[in-house]
Design a protein around this ligand. Structure first.
Ligand code: JFZ
Length: 502
């Protein structure tokens, strides 16, 4: 009986991680024909125009860090892998099935007694993040296991009671801020080992009292984080899917108001709360709850249209799944520099931020692979910065890669070339009605001018016109490269040959 139950829990955790459980993701919502009255709907307007939100839109690239007690096992225990046994490395506490170590939960809940990251150096992390080109960081203050990386007054299960003792969140906030990288705090509402936490809607008096205490505790912690680290720009909420939290819509509505009152520039995503009809991410009228869509986790919108103009971020792991440290990645595909360039520019071409996750080990070291990726990817973001930051979506598609356009001049168009044509000629397609068309082109990395010519290919009744950019035959890039195209007022004079009469 007990075994069956753990298999069911494990399976649902798995489906959940895969996003298969209904209603988890922010697919385009059908709006009701007649708007319904929503009392606990959106607090901020979509597309906030204030400087904080403008900065968010320009970040382009972020770094996510998942660090906590799960870094100690690193997805295994005594040489036994938790693969197939736990949903992800940071979920190792819920290890289930035949490979689960004896007394596992108990072992896990005592790991804090040995958390003592001897190499942890927030300044080094922040420098490296800057080198990668990250403009913001999202750091786990507390994951589902409930362990706080800051010395919270409201819990005993914190860094203060580990051998390390010092406030880790503070070091991260200070070091990243010093590097000019904005800080967002990841915060899981759900806590697996909190006696007051109730998953289902509290029914008995005892459950009600416990969950009530839990809500107060959550509020206290969030206010504490805001008071301790006033520099933070926002929160990245998680673990907000249980019926108990969903049913607390009035509480969460008021809490969001309170957090925003304390900091009117605060940025939070759509995963914090729901309206009174259990509608998460969006209220029942399809209005975004929060400042940006937080549903594109390890996935990408198929096209910008699905986003309905909302801001969004894509958070992504380097291994297939697993946000916390994984000691043994043998047999796992690890995303390459090419992969992350593609994902970054795909996000940017649709106005989103791309956030790459890192899972430091128990001593505070990034893995060799992560470090190499930072260096390699960082070289790319540096030379191609103009195409990544302060850019907008450009409303044309290219079979060669992704377009972004400069916000500053609206005339510098960037084409990140992922697919290089065999004949070295990129044929750009613009509608004949376009006001601005390509006037000159150059390589962004070494500023080399490229031959650009308008080409009349003579298709009958064609609505498009064509611009051919010739790449030097000697061009041998290791990765994707960016072409900067200057747009100018389109010359409307066409050398029109006679159309065939049919
Ligand atoms: C959550 C966490 O469970 C995970 O450990 C990690 O921190 C990630 C960033 O966030 O993962 C999720 C969250 C939501 C869904 C699936 C995984 N979901 O809605 O299906």
């Amino acid at each position: 009986m007990k075994k069956n139950k753990s298999i069911i829990i494990l399976m649902s955790a798995f489906l959940f991680q895969q996003g298969i459980v209904k209603g988890q993701w922010t697919d385009k919502r059908e709006k009701p024909v007649v708007p319904i009255e929503v009392k606990f709907g959106a607090i901020t307007k979509s597309n906030r125009m204030d400087p904080a939100m403008a900065a968010f839109r320009n970040y382009g690239l972020g770094q996510f860090i998942h660090w906590g007690l799960y870094a100690i096992p690193g997805n295994e225990w005594n040489g036994v892998s938790a693969r197939q046994g736990a949903a992800a490395s940071e979920w190792i506490r819920s290890w289930g099935g035949p490979t689960t170590p004896k007394n596992w939960i108990d072992i896990y809940d005592n790991l804090y007694k040995q958390f003592n990251p001897k190499n942890f150096d927030a300044k080094k992390w922040a420098k490296r993040a800057k080198e990668m080109g990250a403009k913001y960081v999202i750091f786990t203050t507390k994951h589902h296991d409930g362990f706080c990386l800051w010395p919270s007054k409201y819990s005993d299960y914190t860094i203060a009671n580990s051998p390390y003792k010092k406030d880790i969140v503070k070091q991260v906030v200070d070091a990243y801020s010093e590097q000019g990288i904005d800080v967002y705090l990841y915060f899981s509402v759900e806590e697996w080992n909190n006696k007051d936490y109730v998953k289902e809607i509290p029914k008995t008096a005892d459950e009600k009292a416990r969950f009530d205490r839990f809500l107060k505790y959550t509020r206290n912690q969030l206010l504490e984080l805001q008071a301790n680290y006033p520099q933070i720009k926002g929160f990245w909420f998680d673990g907000t899917w249980d019926p108990s939290w969903i049913n607390s819509y009035e509480f969460t509505y008021n809490l969001e108001k309170e957090l925003r009152n304390n900091n009117p520039n605060l940025i939070i995503g759509s995963r914090f709360r729901n309206d009174e009809y259990e509608s998460r991410h969006f209220d029942s009228n399809g209005v975004l709850l929060g400042d940006y869509e937080q549903g594109w986790e390890r996935k990408m919108p198929a096209s910008i249209d699905i986003l309905g103009g909302n801001d969004w971020d894509c958070v992504m792991t380097i291994p297939p799944n697993g946000w916390g440290y994984i000691k043994n990645t043998d047999g796992m595909y690890l995303k390459t520099t090419d992969d992350v360039i593609d994902l970054l520019m795909r996000s940017r071409s649709m106005n989103g931020n791309f956030v790459l996750n890192f899972g430091p080990d128990e001593n505070g070291n990034m893995s060799k692979y992560e470090n190499e990726l930072i260096t390699d990817f960082g070289k790319w973001t540096k030379v191609n910065a103009e195409a990544i930051y302060e850019v907008n979506h450009f409303p044309l598609e290219s079979k060669y890669g992704y377009y972004t356009i400069s916000k500053t001049d609206g005339k510098s168009l960037f084409l990140t070339v992922i697919n290089k044509p065999i004949n070295n000629i990129l044929r750009l397609v613009f509608p004949k009605s376009a006001d601005l068309t390509p006037a000159s082109a150059s390589l962004l990395n070494d500023k080399r001018d490229l031959l650009l010519k308008k080409t009349n290919i003579g298709f009958d009744r064609d609505k498009n016109m064509y611009f051919d950019i010739t790449l030097p035959k000697s061009l041998k890039n290791k990765n994707a490269f960016v072409i900067k195209i200057k747009l100018d007022k389109s010359k409307k004079i066409e050398n029109k040959l006679m159309d065939a009469k049919i």
